[in-house]
Design a protein around this ligand. Structure first.
Ligand SMILES: NC(=O)C1=CN([C@@H]2O[C@H](COP(=O)(O)OP(=O)(O)OC[C@H]3O[C@@H](n4cnc5c(N)ncnc54)[C@H](OP(=O)(O)O)[C@@H]3O)[C@@H](O)[C@H]2O)C=CC1
Ligand SMILES: CCCCCCCCCCCCCCCC(=O)[C@@H](N)CO
Length: 320
């Protein structure tokens, strides 16, 4: 099943900000015949996002000779509605059922679904509250699980492209991500099983490295220094760049998608019984085998030595 932006009904969870919003913009601007439904919890933010996408698409920014920015009408506002929003807490199964009933009634059952909803509270395990721990599973895993299940029931016979957002931390869990990485690893496991069961579906899984977003800005506030240090090689790229890389990769036919070189490397190192379909597969596999023998053991010894040292030095102080 080819990935295309054109002629789709696309459901984007977490579409009010960050990568989900970037995808909504992309579909809106690049595919006139596609209908887009964005979903997240906050109705106010969804409404703002819809307005922003519509207005931006119809205004052209121009800089005058005096250097002032002016907005000119580039195209008339479309009268035919093709961008919709629905506020919903997707971690609640009954709410997701309601969402799908509404979509069915409006004849808007999706042909593509992007499960972008997610987010991390990076802190050391002892610093997390019970509420934060539960949110990790709810926001990352349950939102995806519930939507995937409703789609599977709604589209028993038709083809469907399900695009699920995990994280590079699902392939390499490390200090600071106890609230988040396990939920993203659960997604990876779910994807492997759904690929075997939902034979009329194309199921893609994205393992992004860091990219700039509203969520990323907030997570930087609580992220322990040691976490920042380990993930240093995955420097945050602009959100639009991440969106374009993912769209290109899906269009090329990849089903396990990374957004940076570090992602490619750690996907290659993750050998075993979850087969991957991504770019440069033979090269990635050879790299994986060799690095698992020659590099990974030394990296892991060095890494755990460094983490222990960090904890020793931070012992007694507020450790973040
Ligand atoms: N940014 C990064 O560096 C990386 C991000 N990722 C993953 O990529 C995806 C997109 O990330 P990013 O753009 O940074 O995300 P953001 O944190 O910026 O946005 C998250 C979106 O999810 C929505 N959301 C959260 N919880 C729920 C819920 N229970 N029900 C419905 N909607 C919900 C939020 O809206 P609201 O709060 O209104 O519900 C918001 O629209 C996420 O899954 C993230 O984990 C992976 C690797 C790196
Ligand atoms: C020989 C071995 C070399 C290995 C190099 C290791 C580098 C690991 C980088 C992993 C980066 C993960 C970023 C995901 C961030 C994320 O999901 C959050 N931002 C959530 O929003």
């Amino acid at each position: 099943m080819k990935f295309t932006l054109e002629d789709q009904v696309v459901l984007i969870t977490g579409g009010s900000q960050g990568l989900g919003k970037e995808f909504a913009k992309k579909y809106y601007n690049e595919a006139e015949n596609t209908k887009i439904i964005i979903v997240s919890r906050s109705e106010a933010r969804l409404l703002d996002t819809c307005n922003e996408i519509r207005i931006e698409a119809h205004l052209r920014r121009e800089t005058t000779d005096e250097g002032q920015v002016q907005h000119k009408l580039a195209a008339p506002l479309d009268l035919e509605q093709r961008l919709f929003y629905y506020p919903c807490d997707l971690s609640c199964y009954e709410s997701v059922e309601c969402l799908f009933n509404v979509l069915r009634d409006l004849d808007l059952l999706p042909t593509q679904t992007l499960c972008c909803a997610g987010g991390a509270v990076p802190k050391l395990f002892r610093g997390l509250s019970g509420h934060e721990l539960n949110l990790g599973m709810d926001i990352n895993y349950k939102t995806t699980l519930n939507v995937a299940h409703q789609i599977a029931l709604a589209e028993q016979t038709k083809e469907h492209h399900l695009i699920i957002f995990s994280s590079a931390t699902a392939l390499y869990p490390f200090v600071g991500y106890s609230q988040y990485a396990p939920a993203k690893a659960a997604i990876k496991s779910l994807v492997a099983i759904l690929r075997q069961e939902l034979t009329n579906f194309r199921i893609s899984c994205v393992y992004p490295g860091n990219f700039e977003s509203e969520g990323f800005t907030v997570e930087q506030l609580t992220k322990p220094e040691i976490t920042k240090l380990i993930e240093g090689p995955s420097d945050a790229i602009p959100c639009k760049q991440a969106c374009d890389i993912i769209a290109k990769s899906l269009a090329r036919g990849d089903d396990d998608v990374f957004t940076d070189f570090v992602g490619w490397m750690i996907m290659g190192m993750d050998l075993g019984l979850t087969a991957k379909k991504s770019r440069f597969v033979p090269l990635q596999w050879i790299f994986g085998v060799l690095s698992n023998i020659l590099v990974v053991p030394f990296y892991m010894v060095g890494c755990s030595w460094y983490i222990r040292k960090w904890f020793r030095e931070n012992d007694g102080k507020k450790a973040n």
